[in-house]
Design a protein around this ligand. Structure first.
Ligand SMILES: Nc1nc2c(ncn2[C@@H]2O[C@H](COP(=O)(O)OP(=O)(O)OP(=O)(O)O)[C@@H](O)[C@H]2O)c(=O)[nH]1
Ligand SMILES: [Mg+2]
Length: 217
């Protein structure tokens, strides 16, 4: 059977941003958060996923996303519409910040992950050219500890020559104990497989067989 196509994005809007979880609007739909080191390409990946070039602000200067930003996407899977909320998290591991600000990142991300009731999964984004660093591995462990599903994505694939992409992706598996989805916000590679994973983790794909013929009655 052919793999399901990615959803059509009917609408994508900015909802709110805040520096603590409790200051965000309460969760109303399944949420997926996007985490990773500073400048790795989190905001660009969200824009690419929802097909909006400028929904989320991106910048070549690290530290662009400072708070927790909440976006809402209205999706169409075949004949079914669904809503998913996307959370852009501030990047970690950027050394050139003031000490006070840097210290506030840990608690901001940690508090969000620990307290956010609607959170279904976290997409951990790493740069395919740099591979995982210590804090990436620590975040994965923290997510496992909290029982939150994680999806590993290696982005900026377009920056590697075509013949180096697969080997670089495969090399990540033993390092992090899971497979990474290769992605490029420039070419759009990886959009379809990532959507499939997210839709499953958010329980958005209807499972008609499991529901049975009379379940809608
Ligand atoms: N070639 C290439 N460049 C990318 C890709 N994704 C992001 N970039 C570039 O990388 C830089 C950082 O992108 P952002 O999306 O702002 O990164 P971020 O992780 O949100 O950064 P912070 O919010 O500062 O943590 C920008 O200059 C982007 O244009 C990609 O897939 N390919
Ligand atoms: Mg950003």
């Amino acid at each position: 059977m052919a793999a399901a196509p990615p959803p059509k994005v009917l609408d994508a809007t900015f909802l709110a941003s805040a520096t603590r979880q409790a200051a965000l609007p309460p969760p109303s739909f399944a949420e997926i958060a996007f985490a990773g080191r500073s400048n790795v390409g989190k905001s660009s990946l969200i824009n690419r996923l929802v097909n909006r070039r400028k929904l989320v602000r991106t910048s070549s200067t690290p530290g662009c996303t400072r708070g927790l930003s909440l976006f809402r996407a209205t999706l169409r899977f075949g004949e079914d519409d669904a809503i998913m909320d996307l959370v852009d998290l501030p990047g970690y591991g950027y050394a050139k910040r003031s000490k006070v600000e840097r210290r506030s990142w840990g608690p901001m991300i940690e508090g969000f992950l620990e307290e956010r009731v609607g959170l279904r999964a976290v997409v951990l984004i790493i740069d395919i050219r740099r591979g995982p660093e210590d804090d990436d591995g620590q975040l994965l462990e923290f997510l496992d500890h909290l029982g939150i599903a994680s999806v590993l994505v290696a982005t900026k694939l377009d920056k590697l020559p075509a013949n180096k992409r697969k080997p670089a992706l495969h090399a990540l598996t033993p390092q992090l104990g899971r497979r990474a989805i290769g992605f490029s916000s420039v070419t759009g590679e990886g959009v379809a497989p990532l959507w499939r994973r997210l839709a499953k983790l958010a329980h958005l794909l209807p499972d008609r067989e499991a529901r049975g013929p009379s379940a809608d009655a």
